[in-house]
Design a protein around this ligand. Structure first.
Ligand SMILES: NC(=O)C1=CN([C@@H]2O[C@H](COP(=O)(O)OP(=O)(O)OC[C@H]3O[C@@H](n4cnc5c(N)ncnc54)[C@H](OP(=O)(O)O)[C@@H]3O)[C@@H](O)[C@H]2O)C=CC1
Ligand SMILES: O=C(O)[C@@H]1CCC=N1
Length: 272
C-alpha cells in the first residue's frame, strides 16, 4: 500500500492527530509512517495504530506521497531541516504537502528548508485528542486549492478550523494553542476554592469541571455574549457579585490578557 501520510514526531499532538485521522478513515493505518527517536514510543504507536514506524526522518520524508506532517518541538526544527536537506525533492514523482504545527516557526523558514514544496502552517490545540480542538491554518506561497482542501480535511477531523493570515499565528498560539492549559488551571483552582470552602475533593472536582464544560456549551449553543451570561448569573446583592468583586481585585481579566500576550511573544521568539 502507498504511504500517503508521514508524521515526524509522534508525541502528544502527533498522536492526537494520528488517532483521529485513522479513526475517521481519512488515512488507513497502512498508509501512514511515523518517525520518533524513542523505540519504546515507536513500539507503542505501531501496536496501538498499526502504522509503520522508523527512527529515520529521511525515510518518512521520502516515502510520504501526500502529506509530511511535522509535530516536533520548534527547538529541534533546524536539526531536522538539516537532516532532510540532502534529499532530492524537486525530482520526486509525488511531492508531499508539508504541514507544520510548530509554534513560532514561520512559513519563510519552512519554505526555505523544503525548497519550493507547498507548506501549510497550522496551530491546533490539545482538545483535538477528543475531536473538540480548534486549529488555525495559513497557507504558504506554493500551495494550491487541493493542498488547502487536504489541510482542511485533516484538521476538521479533530475539531473546528479557522483561516488566518500568517501575521496572526503567534496570537493564535498564545490564545487557543496554549489556552487549554489556562482553562485546566482555572478548573483546578475552582476545585481548590471548593475544597477551601469545605467540599470533598471529588465533588469539588466534578462541580468545577462541569461548570466550565456547561458554561462553554451554553455560550457555544446560544451564541450569548459572555457579558450577558455573567449578568444573568449575578443577582443584585447576591453571591456572584461578591465573587466577581474579588476576581476583579485580584486582576483576573488582566492576568488572562497578560498570559495570552506573553505566550504570543514567546511564540514570536521561538521563530527567531
Ligand atoms: N502540546 C500542545 O498543546 C501543542 C503543541 N503544538 C506544537 O506541536 C509540536 C509538538 O508538541 P507536543 O506534541 O506537545 O510535543 P511532544 O514532545 O509530546 O512531541 C514531540 C515528539 O517529537 C519527538 N522528537 C524529538 N526529536 C525528534 C527528532 N529529531 N525526530 C523525530 N521526532 C523527534 C519527541 O520524542 P522524545 O520525547 O523522545 O524527545 C516527541 O515524541 C510543537 O512544535 C508544539 O509547538 C501545537 C499546538 C498545541
Ligand atoms: O507550549 C507550547 O509551546 C505549545 C504551543 C502551543 C501549546 N503548546
Amino acid at each position: 500500500m502507498t504511504i500517503k501520510f508521514g508524521l515526524i514526531g509522534g508525541g502528544v499532538m502527533g498522536e492526537a492527530l494520528l488517532s483521529r485521522l485513522i479513526a475517521r478513515g481519512i488515512y488507513q493505518s497502512s498508509e501512514v509512517i511515523v518517525s520518533e527517536p524513542l523505540s519504546s514510543r515507536l513500539d507503542f504507536l505501531k501496536q496501538q495504530y498499526g502504522v509503520a514506524v522508523t527512527t529515520d526522518n529521511s525515510q518518512v520524508f521520502t516515502e510520504a506521497k501526500e502529506v509530511l506532517f511535522l509535530a516536533v518541538k520548534p527547538q529541534v526544527f533546524s536539526a531536522i531541516a538539516q537532516e532532510l536537506a540532502n534529499i532530492d525533492i524537486l525530482n520526486r514523482e509525488h511531492s508531499p504537502l508539508i504541514i507544520s504545527i510548530l509554534a513560532g516557526v514561520p512559513l519563510s523558514q519552512l519554505e526555505a528548508a523544503f525548497g519550493q514544496l507547498p507548506v501549510i502552517r497550522a496551530m491546533p490545540n490539545t482538545p483535538a485528542t477528543v475531536g473538540a480542538g480548534v486549529t488555525a491554518i495559513c497557507s504558504g506561497a506554493y500551495t494550491s486549492p487541493k493542498h488547502h482542501q487536504i489541510a482542511q480535511q485533516i484538521f476538521s477531523a479533530v475539531g473546528e478550523v479557522v483561516e488566518v493570515s500568517e501575521g496572526l499565528m503567534d496570537a493564535v498560539t498564545g490564545l487557543s494553542g496554549s489556552g487549554p492549559a489556562y482553562v485546566a488551571l482555572l478548573v483546578e483552582a475552582l476545585a481548590d476554592g471548593g475544597v477551601s470552602a469545605g467540599l470533598p475533593r471529588a465533588i469539588a472536582n466534578q462541580l468545577a469541571l462541569q461548570t466550565v464544560l456547561g458554561t462553554a456549551k451554553l455560550l457555544h449553543e446560544t451564541k450569548m455574549h459572555p457579558a450577558e451570561l455573567k449578568d444573568r448569573v449575578t443577582s443584585p446583592g447576591g453571591t456572584t457579585i461578591a465573587g466577581i468583586a474579588k476576581l476583579e481585585k485580584a486582576g483576573f481579566r488582566s492576568a488572562l490578557i497578560e498570559a495570552v500576550k506573553a505566550a504570543t511573544e514567546r511564540s514570536q521568539e521561538l521563530g527567531k
